[in-house]
Design a protein around this ligand. Sequence first.
Ligand code: NAP
Ligand code: MG
Length: 403
Amino acid sequence: MEKIKMTTPLVEMDGDEMTRILWKMIKDDLLLPYIDLKTEYYDLGLVKRNETNDQVTIDSANATKKYGVAVKCATITPNAARVEEYNLKEMWKSPNGTIRAMLDGTVFRAPIIVKGIEPCVKNWEKPITLARHAYGDVYKNTEMKIPGPGKAELVFTDENGNETRATIQEFKGPGIIQGIHNIDKSIESFARACFNYALDTKQELWFATKDTISKKYDHNFKDIFQEIFDNEYKEKFEAAGITYFYTLIDDAVARVMKSKGGFIWACKNYDGDVMSDMVSSAFGSLAMMTSVLVSPDGVYEYEAAHGTVQRHYYKHLKGEETSTNSVATIFAWTGALRKRGELDGNAELVSFADMLEKATIKTIESGKMTKDLALITSLKDVTVLNSENFIKEIKNTLDELMK
Ligand code: NAP
Ligand code: MG
C-alpha cells in the first residue's frame, strides 16, 4: 500500500509520562505505517521545557498560529513536588494555559460514544459538547471579608479620574463581598469560537446565563452573543440548517437532562467548570473524552481531556504491566489529521482519520478494551488488554477495515 501524502505539516507537541509512552506507540503502530507523516515536532516534555526556559511552549504556540492545526500530548503542570522530581529551575506555568492565552481560544470537550459504555442518562443518544469560556468571572475575583457594620461600594474610576459609584450593601454586621469582571473582547472571541464550531460540526448551539437576575453582567454575555449571531452568523446557520438557542441556565440544565444530546452547550466559566465534569462523568470516563482548543480566527489544537496518568507511568517504570486507555490520544491525532485534510483538500487523509476512529470504536465494541472500560462496560465477553496490545488490536481492526 502506498502511504498517504501530506502537504502541510501538523504541529506535534509531545508530552510527559504515560501519555508520552502511548504517543510513540500510536505513531509507530497506527500512523507511520499508513501516512507519510509530516509534522513540525515540539517536545513539550517537562525536561525540554526546563532546558529551554519554557521557550519551546511559546514556539509551539507560534507554530500553531502559522500552520493552523496542532496535536498535543498531555503534559505535566509543575507543582512543588515536580520541581523537586525534575530539578526544575522554576515552577513553569501550565503549557495549556500558555497556549490558550496565546491562541485566545475556547475549549470544546465531547465524549466518544461507544456501544457498551452507556451514559447514565438513558435518553442521551448523541454526544453533548461542552464549550467553556476560559476567562474571568469568579476565577479572577477580588474578595473581602467584612468585619462589621459599614458601607460596601463598587467604584469605577475612568482615565480622567471620574468616579462612578454603586452601593453593594450597607452592612449592619459581619459579612462578605466579591468583585468579578469580564472583558467584551474575550466574550466576543468566545461567541465566535462557539458559532464557528457549531458550523464546523453542524450541531445546534445552546447558550445560557442568568440574565433575569444579573441584568447587566450576564445580560452583557447574552447581548454580545445575540449581536454577533445576528450580524455575522444568522445566514450561515440557516444555510447549514442549524439553530442558535438562548435560554436561562436553570432551564438549560433541565432541558439537557431531557434531551437526546447532539448539540453544543456554551457555558460561562463557572458553569462550564461544573457542568463539564457532570457531563463527562455521566458519559463514562475522562479517557473517552476529546478536547479541542479553537481560536476565533480558526486555529485548532487537539488533545486528550485527561492528564499524563502518572500512577500508570510509575508502574511502567518498574517494569509492571499497564492497561492505559489510549482512545482520547488517538482521537486527538484523528481530529488533527482530519482538520489538516479538510484545510488542504486531502480527502485521503480525512478518510484515514475516519477509518482509524471507526477501528478504535469497533475494537472496543468487539469486547477488547483497557481495564478502565472493562470496569464500566455493559458488554459480556470482555478481554482486558494491556496498553500495547490494545493499540495492536486497533491496528488489526484497521487493517481489516482497509482490506
Ligand atoms: P490523570 O493523568 O488524568 O489521571 C488520573 C487518574 O485517572 C489516573 O490515575 C487513572 O486512574 C485515570 N485515568 C486518566 N486517564 C486515563 C487513561 N487514559 N487510561 C486509564 N486511566 C486513566 O490526572 P493526574 O494523575 O491527576 O495528573 C497527572 C499529571 O497530568 C499532572 O502532572 C497534571 O499536571 C497533568 N495534567 C495534564 C493535563 C493536560 O495536559 N491536558 C490535564 C490534566 C492533568 P487509576 O489510577 O485509578 O487507574
Ligand atoms: Mg473543574
